[in-house]
Design a protein around this ligand. Structure first.
Ligand SMILES: Cc1cc2nc3c(=O)[nH]c(=O)nc-3n(C[C@H](O)[C@H](O)[C@H](O)COP(=O)(O)O)c2cc1C
Length: 186
C-alpha cells in the first residue's frame, strides 16, 4: 500500500505538526510505503504531483491552525487540486486528518477539512481525524484523561486508514471517557 502525507502546515518538515504526526508516520511505515509532501517548501506544479497522488492508496492530511483556519499552503493546494475533484485520484480513497493548534480552533478546522475532503471524493474512515493542542499536551503531562486526544491515538488513526485502504472492516477505537459525560468537572 502507498500512503501519501499532504502536510499543509506553515512549519513544514521542521514544524510542530510534523513532530506531532511522527508516530503516525512510523506506524504507517510498518505496513505501507509512505511518501511525504510538505507543501510549504514544495513549489512543484500540481501536474508534477499528480502521478504520486494517483498512485496513492490513501492520504494523511496534516496542518496547524492559523487564525481558525488550515495553513495557506493547504488552501493553495486545494484550490489548485479542484480540477481533480471526483476524479480517480481521490474517489473512494481514504483520508486521515491531523490538525495541531495551541489551544482553540483546531476541531473546527478538522471538521471543515474533513467536509472538503469528502466533497472532493475521499473516504473518511472511522476515528481517523484528530486535533492535538499544546494545551492538551500540557494537561496530559500532569494527568491522563481518556477524553483528551493523545498521540497514542495516532496508532488507531494509522490502523483505520490502512484498514480502509485495503478494503477491510476491522476497525479500532481510541479510548473514550466512559463515565457520566454530564458530571461536573469544575
Ligand atoms: C500565524 C499563526 C496563527 C495561529 N493561530 C492559531 C489559532 O487560531 N488557534 C490556535 O490554537 N493556535 C494558533 N496558532 C498556533 C499553531 O496552530 C500551532 O503552533 C501549530 O502546531 C503550528 O504548526 P506548525 O509548526 O506545523 O506550523 C497559530 C500560529 C501561527 C504562526
Amino acid at each position: 500500500m502507498r500512503i501519501t502525507l499532504i502536510d499543509g502546515s506553515l512549519g513544514g518538515a521542521g514544524g510542530n505538526t510534523a513532530a506531532v504526526i511522527a508516530p503516525l508516520l512510523e506506524a504507517l511505515r510498518a505496513r505501507a510505503a509512505v511518501e511525504t509532501l510538505h507543501l510549504a517548501a514544495d513549489a512543484r506544479p500540481l501536474a508534477a504531483l499528480e502521478p504520486l497522488l494517483a498512485a496513492s492508496d490513501g492520504f494523511v492530511f496534516a496542518t496547524g491552525t492559523y487564525w481558525d483556519s488550515w495553513g495557506s499552503p493547504l488552501q493553495a493546494f486545494l484550490e489548485r487540486a479542484t480540477g481533480l475533484e471526483a476524479s480517480p485520484v481521490w474517489l473512494g480513497k481514504p483520508a486521515a486528518v491531523v490538525v495541531t493548534m495551541h489551544s482553540v480552533g483546531g476541531k473546527a478546522v478538522l471538521s471543515r477539512l474533513q467536509g472538503v475532503l469528502s466533497t472532493l471524493g475521499l473516504l473518511l474512515p472511522p476515528m481517523s481525524g484528530l486535533a492535538y493542542s499544546y494545551a492538551g499536551h500540557l494537561a496530559l503531562e500532569r494527568a491522563a484523561h481518556a477524553d483528551f486526544w493523545q498521540r497514542d491515538d495516532l496508532a488507531v488513526v494509522a490502523h483505520n486508514l490502512l484498514e480502509a485502504a485495503r478494503g477491510g472492516r476491522d476497525w479500532r477505537a481510541w479510548p473514550v471517557d466512559g463515565g457520566d459525560p454530564h458530571r461536573r468537572w469544575l
